[in-house]
Ligand binder design. Structure first.
Ligand code: GCB
Length: 582
């Protein structure tokens, strides 16, 4: 599926704006306006912009409605309705007819709508479900009464969270483009895979450099194009080529045109190192939620841009899209900014007995008998790779966060998913998951299936709380045990941190103070620097974020190195010193 583009053959109609919205009523009449609507902004999370428990606490079904008209001449074309993401499931109705359904809250979906479109006003309704259960990603314990127990530590922001558009093409059109290439870092041969629907006479492929100078041009969809002196995409130094595909009819008239950016770089894991363009890369950065006041988990371009400038100013070179795929523009900007991304599916909460209180029933062995997430997981991987395979910023897929990797059935669950990920990705990028500390090296039964092992560790917080001497020892021992278990793997610490109340200072440097956060990170950094097979540090978390209410969360999760409104805590100056020179 292509990202919508406005050009000489394609139109783009923006349906974002204020929509009508209401919690489900027993009988919504598809042919009537919603009976008791409120206004909500699209894109955005409804439960970040409305007040009242019927919106903020409820799990169930919700309705959105808007109206639009298209210019008459556009009705002669092929019109496609596209949602960037609806969290977590959607049924879309146009003029009373079901147009499409989609499950999975963080990837785009679309359908051709011509048979349902009419002259004049069109009524678009979307039924949104924010129910999570044992079949969905994320997974949660659904009680069936409008309530559920989450197995993850972030707020269940929901709704039409990314852009809604209608784009139109001619009836012969370019349906998808992927851009496989091979490179020795000097010479690159590009062999695009272009799917076209409908009749056309001939096609033309062109590679342009970043300044839109033609590098190579060939006829035919199966042509190969060459870049002789490749300008590589490098972490921190982006360089993007453009591939343009043109379709022509018998009279040499242009039918369709689409231009897609791509970057050239290689990735290899060798001698416990992560090589980008044959050079060892050390991950410096964060696990990052999409989370902000009022927009919730909704796409928020000014915030994304602000964050990117902040990240760059402190020397962060990477982030993990924890714990779900980020929006498409964030990914494009990562390419353009030279940011390195660990791209994560929404497979979080695959651990029965884990809940947002971060309690785990240590002896639970039932996860893989209870969960029925295989189909959702396969689909999530497929849709993520389809969407993101050509982003040079994406260097690794994370297919799960903290699953029950030590329980019976884990290996049988994950081995085929790792295989599927490799199969679907033309680049065969490394695949990872993040390991949880309660499911450690003694119990883990899946880490060897992956190329890189990501460790989430909270010594000094959830264990040895307040005792950084003990935490240091636990950390060092843990690293050595993992290396002993998997001597050929590189490790990244993808989570470590301490809840820190902004402005709380302590002579004793006690937990929750800004001083404790500084000391904890210093301790971890000292230990990481002792081991060459530790190839990265991504702190938890970039910024404080909203969670469900519970006993150990005061105004959300406060492990951010920035507050929710992006004020730096004391740790930020240490990070700058470390990262800008490392
Ligand atoms: C974790 C989870 C993350 C939580 C974090 C915490 O292990 O992966 O989602 O927010 O711990 O702060 O407890």
């Amino acid at each position: 599926m292509l990202f919508p583009q406005l050009n000489s053959t394609r139109t783009l109609t923006d349906l974002n704006g204020m929509w009508q919205f209401q919690a489900d009523e027993p009988a919504i009449d598809l042919n009537q306006p919603l009976p008791h609507p409120e206004w909500v902004a699209v894109p955005g999370s409804f439960n970040a912009q409305l007040l009242g428990p019927q919106y903020t606490d409820k799990v169930g079904y919700f309705w959105y409605e808007t109206h639009f008209q298209l210019p008459s001449e556009q009705l002669q074309r092929r019109n496609v309705l596209r949602f960037g993401a609806v969290t977590h499931a959607a049924e879309v109705y146009l003029n009373g007819h079901l147009v499409m359904k989609h499950k999975g809250g963080f990837t785009p979906f679309e359908a051709q709508i011509d048979q349902f479109l009419q002259e004049g006003s069109n009524d678009l309704k979307v039924k949104v479900s924010n129910i999570l259960d044992n079949t969905t990603l994320p997974s949660a314990d659904y009680h069936g009464d409008g309530k559920e127990t989450y197995r993850f530590d972030f707020y269940n922001y929901s709704g039409i969270q990314r852009s809604v558009v209608i784009y139109s093409t001619t009836t012969s059109y370019i349906d998808s483009i992927t851009i496989p290439y091979q490179t020795d870092l000097v010479h690159t041969s590009v062999k695009p895979v272009v799917k076209v629907n409908g009749d056309f006479n001939h096609a033309e492929l062109t590679v342009f450099d970043q300044d839109m100078n033609v590098i190579d041009q060939q006829n035919g969809l199966d042509a190969q194009l060459n870049i002789d002196q490749t300008h590589l995409w490098q972490p921190g130094h982006s360089y993007l080529y453009h591939l343009q595909v043109k379709l022509f009819d018998d009279n040499n008239e242009l039918l369709d045109i689409y231009t897609k950016e791509f970057g050239v770089r290689t990735i290899k894991i060798e001698n416990n190192q992560f090589l980008i363009n044959k050079k060892p890369f050390y991950f410096k950065g964060f696990g990052k939620h999409m989370d902000f006041f009022a927009s919730g988990r909704g796409m928020n371009l000014p915030l994304m841009n602000w964050d990117n400038h902040i990240l760059q100013s402190i020397g962060a070179n990477s982030f993990r899209t924890s714990h779900y795929p980020n929006d498409e523009i964030t990914m494009q900007q990562a390419d353009r900014n030279g940011q390195v991304v660990i791209d994560e599916t929404a497979a979080v909460g695959l651990f029965i007995g884990f809940n947002a209180n971060v309690e785990v029933l240590k002896n639970d062995q039932t996860t893989w008998n209870t969960l029925d997430t295989t189909a959702a997981h396969q689909l999530a991987i497929k849709e993520l790779i389809e969407r993101d395979a050509d982003h040079p910023s994406v260097v690794m897929w994370s297919i799960a966060n903290e699953p029950a990797g030590g329980q019976p059935g884990a290996r049988e669950y994950f081995a085929p998913l790792v295989k599927l990920t490799k199969q679907l990705d033309w680049q065969k990028r490394p695949v990872t998951f993040t390991n949880m500390m309660r499911d450690d090296y003694q119990d883990d039964d899946i880490a060897d299936l992956f190329d890189v092992v990501c460790l989430n560790r909270y010594y000094g917080w959830y264990t040895s709380h307040g005792d950084l001497k003990a935490a240091e020892k636990e950390l060092r021992d843990n690293i050595m045990h993992w290396h002993e278990k998997l001597p050929d793997k590189p490790f990244i610490f993808t989570e470590f941190g301490a809840d820190t109340v902004p402005g709380l200072h302590s002579l004793e440097r006690s937990p929750y103070s800004e001083e404790y956060q500084v000391d904890l990170y210093k301790t971890y950094f000292k230990v990481f620097d002792e081991f060459s097979y530790i190839i990265g540090e991504q702190l938890w978390a970039y910024a404080d974020f909203h969670t469900q209410d519970n006993m150990i969360r005061v105004d959300g999760n406060l492990k951010g190195v920035f507050t929710r409104d992006r004020r730096p805590k004391a740790i930020v100056s240490l990070l700058k010193q470390r990262w800008l020179k490392k």
